[in-house]
Write a protein that binds this ligand. Structure first.
Ligand SMILES: [Zn+2]
Length: 114
């Protein structure tokens, strides 16, 4: 949405301010790539542990074990543990609401094969 609003695909261009993305938890597999290539200079999250998936049933997908290191290595600052308790409360409220959990396999994260 920021790219569309600003009319550019490169949020990290030299003539741009250092954009920061603030989201509720560690990026999922899809969003991780978007963060990596968007050009944002920093990522602020409430946490990065297993709590989100445990509380909500979301499948965040496979994430590189050194995901935050890989972002920092590319000049993207990672700030974690911002308002963690508040985020966890929102996840609990979501789980209690009975809302649909977005998961292409109906909540089954799958089993390893081979
Ligand atoms: Zn995502």
């Amino acid at each position: 949405m920021a790219q569309k609003l600003l009319g550019t695909w490169d949020l990290g261009a030299r003539d741009r301010p250092a954009y920061q993305l603030v989201v509720n938890w560690r990026p999922c597999a899809m969003c991780y790539g978007a963060v990596l290539w968007s050009g944002v200079r920093s990522l602020v999250i409430a946490g990065h542990g297993p709590e989100l998936e445990a509380l909500t049933g979301f499948d965040e997908g496979p994430i590189h074990p050194q995901w935050d290191h890989e972002l920092r290595r590319r000049g993207i600052e990672v700030v974690s543990n911002v308002q963690t308790a508040q985020a966890l409360e929102v996840f609990r409220e979501f789980a209690d609401s009975g809302a649909v959990v977005y998961n292409g396999r109906g909540g089954n994260p799958g089993t390893p094969t081979g």
